[in-house]
Design a binder for this molecule. Structure first.
Ligand code: ADP
Ligand code: ASP
Ligand code: MG
Length: 814
């Protein structure tokens, strides 16, 4: 004999019931089958809702009833031909009784636990009847037996306790000589010793099946549901979760007690001592292996942690006060009070100082709990020995579970640091001495992020998900998106990084997809996206609350640069191509660096100097390894290089600058490059990264431009002055030529001082042969005193800048 239980979704539609019939047909070929069924999916909630509406004298209970009626009649008509009038009559008369009960509740406006049980019992009674009739209709040898004749409980309505003596005898007696191949039993429902309708608690059909399986000592109990087993985390919240092949009874109990709804927690108890295995299977995918729960603790699974669970709607209550210290009996009185009020305590921690005791309960019980505890300790509170109880709401428990965790070190550390890195604040921690379970209490809004973060850390083959938000998709930004699109597969396979772009924005529009933008036609999508705003982009980023989030600024916009702090405070990493933040007031730069450390959110800006060249990264590594920078000599402007490499006595300065602008080597306003401001910003950033506290004003900038050039009011005006001052530029060139030198715009940092300016570079100098838009940086350090460390290569251009940004993103991934 086998016991199979089918849950609400498995019997939620005629289509699914047909799958159930098929499974029962197959099973009953070899052995008789007992099949426990839930109410049609969602019906128990609807019954309760109708009852509550009726009790509140709200007539919309009638429309809820109509929906309940329609759902059952539709399923019935889809499974059984209209000719079967007796089935239809039975269902209609049962529904009529339900209607009378609801009308009664409406009239007396009262809904006691006892009436509630009567009300919800209709769900299982109807579903079991319809399924049994459908089986018969298919020609199968089936019979329904009302479980209320078998399962006997006390009168603890809505969550009654089973009298196993009577119940087991009833079940054994009934099944002693049944002749039908398939017996359909309604789950969840039962009767008290005095014959009143009771139920076994929400989700209790699993329990019914376990009770029957144990009473008959069957070989196996199967729980058929809408997922392929007990998963490493709730698959509805963690996409990467996967079914756990094997679990011990203890692990299954722990997981279900802490929120894995797929199995009703008490269901393990009856089968545990008899060692009846529980198999969790998927009705829509009967071939899937599912999860097998046995006494075997070895479990062949490398991971010590087996799964992560969550319970939402938790309230944390804290009782504290100096009067508690060292005086026995406080906890006893506290928990006695809760027991009297029948309040279930889910979580307890007590600091060793005994100064406070903190426990978690269902939020729905918080009011009653606070009231009764304050009453119990009335005297102590009046004497100010202890404080009135503190209640915090909107919390969740997230628990990591596994039998073998006790044999592994550092599991809780890994769990807490993963949460910390993602800015998830832990309100309380409990770790049982058995170490099967490490529980944390966090804000409910963080649950999804926490589950995914921990799941990634413990169950995902080291693949790390990075969630990127890019603002500014001009030349460089566009190249970055394309590079990401092209490299995604490689990153996943080779570097185990799952890089997803969640948000994209330009100055006009922005688009988002919480599960990652497809990037197929991102430009078209962006063009019709919602209206862009800098704050709006941040807000969306915060509301998605995804782990490992990275904000990438590919603009040159000052306003965007002022929002970095807000990102960092959310533990969102910032990658900037924009140099404004790092070259702004030292105070601001240093605040951002501090925030980055405080919130464990990287702040990277490699492309601020030398585009894709690893200048800042190299500098950081030199310093981290204990070296000291004594001097930096550098050519850092791709645009000025382009200009001076192309300018000679056969060209005009004005034309060369125009060409540089046209080819995208200068800022939209070429004065920013030609005045040396851009180079000054870059050497400033290198000086700061070397540990020197400098500001832009401290940098000596001897401009090669004329007063008229510098005082021009507009870009056009500037070009006019270049034409007028052509002779000045020709003089610069002639002088260099006379001295057999090349003109280079050089940035220098020596002994804490920095300067920028045009220089005549002699032939033997490494700068002399610098081509096109190349940059060069020479680091003189304690370890490189004579021969500097040199970094050289293309220092401008969309592609190389985009790869520099890409490298920063990957650095965060690693
Ligand atoms: P049934 O109606 O079949 O009794 P339930 O809704 O009670 O089904 O339980 C199945 C649901 O449990 C799944 O759809 C899933 O959303 C939820 N669930 C929560 N945690 C887990 C987990 N760790 N593994 C599998 N399912 C889980
Ligand atoms: N129908 C009941 C509920 O929804 C019992 C069950 O489905 O297990 O809670
Ligand atoms: Mg269930």
């Amino acid at each position: 004999m086998n016991v199979l239980k089918f849950g609400g979704t498995s019997v939620g539609s005629s289509e699914n019931i047909k799958k159930v019939i098929k499974i029962l047909d197959d099973y009953s070929q070899t052995e008789p089958v007992i099949c426990v069924v839930s109410a049609v999916g969602g019906i128990t909630d609807k019954l309760l809702n109708a009852g509550e509406l009726a009790q509140q004298k709200n007539e919309s209970y009638l429309s809820e009833f109509k929906t309940i009626k329609a759902i059952h009649l539709t399923i019935l008509s889809e499974l059984i031909s209209n000719k079967n009038d007796s089935a239809k009559e039975y269902v209609e008369s049962t529904l009529a009784s339900l209607k009378s009960l609801l009308d009664g509740i409406y009239l007396i406006n009262e809904l006691s636990p006892k009436t509630k049980d009567k009300l919800v019992s209709f769900g299982e009674l109807l579903s079991s009847y319809i399924i049994a009739e459908s089986l018969k209709h298919q020609g199968l040898d089936a019979l329904r037996k009302n479980c209320q004749d078998l399962v006997v409980t006390n009168a603890n309505f809505t969550k009654a306790e089973v009298n196993y003596g009577i119940t087991n005898a009833n079940i054994q007696d009934y099944f002693k000589d049944v002749s039908q191949r398939i017996t359909i039993l309604p789950g969840f429902v039962s009767k008290s010793e005095s014959g009143e309708i009771t139920t076994l608690g929400r989700g209790g059909s699993d329990f019914t099946a376990a009770i029957v399986a144990a009473a008959l000592k069957v070989n196996r109990l199967e729980i058929w549901t809408d997922v392929s087993g007990m998963y490493t985390a709730n698959p509805k919240l963690v996409k990467q979760a996967y079914p756990i092949e094997k679990l011990s009874y203890q692990e299954a109990m722990e997981l279900s007690h802490f929120g894995a709804k797929v199995l009703y927690p008490p269901s393990v108890q009856p089968v545990l001592n008899l060692e009846i295995p529980i198999h969790i299977k998927n009705t829509s995918d009967p071939e899937a292996r599912g999860t097998i729960i046995t006494n075997d603790k070895s479990n062949g699974f490398h991971n010590a942690a087996k799964g992560i669970t969550n319970i939402n709607n938790i309230a944390l209550l804290t009782l504290q006060g100096h009067g508690m210290v060292g005086i026995p009996g406080f906890s006893k009185r506290l928990f006695e009070t809760l027991a009297i009020e029948k309040i279930n305590v889910i979580f307890i921690t007590q600091a060793s100082s005994e100064h406070s005791i903190c426990f978690g309960i269902d939020e729905g019980d918080a009011y009653l709990a606070a009231l009764s505890i304050n009453q119990t300790f009335e005297n102590e509170i009046a004497l100010k020995k202890i404080d009135p109880i503190i209640v915090e709401k909107d919390l969740s428990i997230v628990a990591l579970v596994g039998d073998n965790m006790k044999n592994h070190q550092g599991i809780s550390g890994r769990m807490f640091s993963a949460l910390g890195r993602n800015n998830i604040n832990i309100r309380a921690i409990a770790q049982g001495a058995s170490e099967k379970n490490i529980s944390t209490v966090i804000a409910q809004k963080d649950v999804k992020k926490a589950l995914n973060t921990i799941h990634e850390g413990f169950f995902e083959d080291q693949t790390k998900q990075l969630n990127v938000y890019i603002t500014g998709v001009g030349n460089v930004g566009e190249r970055l998106v394309e590079q990401i699109k092209q490299q995604r597969k490689y990153l996943k396979e080779q570097l185990k990084i799952n890089l997803r772009i969640i948000g994209l924005s330009n100055s006009r529009n922005m688009i988002f997809d919480e599960s990652g933008l497809s990037l197929k036609d991102w430009k078209e999508q962006l063009a019709i996206g919602e209206m862009a705003s800098i704050e709006g982009f941040l807000e969306r980023n915060k509301s998605f609350n995804l782990r490992n989030s990275i904000f990438v600024d590919v603009t040159a916009n000052e306003e965007v640069s002022t929002i970095y702090a807000d990102y960092l405070k959310e533990s969102i990493a910032v990658v900037a191509c924009n140099k404004i933040a790092c070259s702004s007031a030292f105070e601001n730069y240093s605040t951002l660096k501090k925030l980055s450390v405080k919130y464990s959110a990287p702040f990277l800006f490699e492309t601020n100097v030398g585009a894709g060249l690893p200048v800042i990264d190299t500098l950081n590594h030199l310093i981290a390894s204990g070296d000291k920078i004594t001097s930096i000599q550098a050519v850092l402007s791709g645009s000025l290089n382009f200009v001076f490499n192309n300018f000679d006595d056969g060209t005009k300065f004005h034309d060369v600058v125009k060409q540089a602008q046209k080819e995208g080597y200068t800022e939209p306003d070429p004065r920013i490059d030609l005045s040396g401001v851009d180079v000054a910003r870059k050497i400033l950033i290198l000086a700061r990264e070397s540990g020197t506290q400098l500001n832009l004003e401290d940098i000596e900038n001897t401009s090669f431009l004329t007063k008229d050039n510098l005082n021009s009011n507009s870009v056009d005006d500037f070009y006019e002055t270049l034409i007028a001052d052509e002779a000045h530029f020709q003089n610069l060139f002639a002088s260099a030529k006379n001295n057999a030198c090349q003109l280079k715009y050089v940035a220098e940092f020596n002994n804490g001082q920095a300067k920028v300016g045009l220089k005549e570079i002699p032939k033997e100098h490494p700068f002399y042969n610098l081509q096109g838009k190349d940059n060069i940086v020479m680091f003189y350090t304690q370890r490189y005193p004579e021969q500097p460390m040199i970094i050289k290569g293309a220092g401008a251009g969309a592609d190389v800048t985009a790869s520099g940004l890409f490298a920063d993103i990957i650095r965060i991934g690693n």
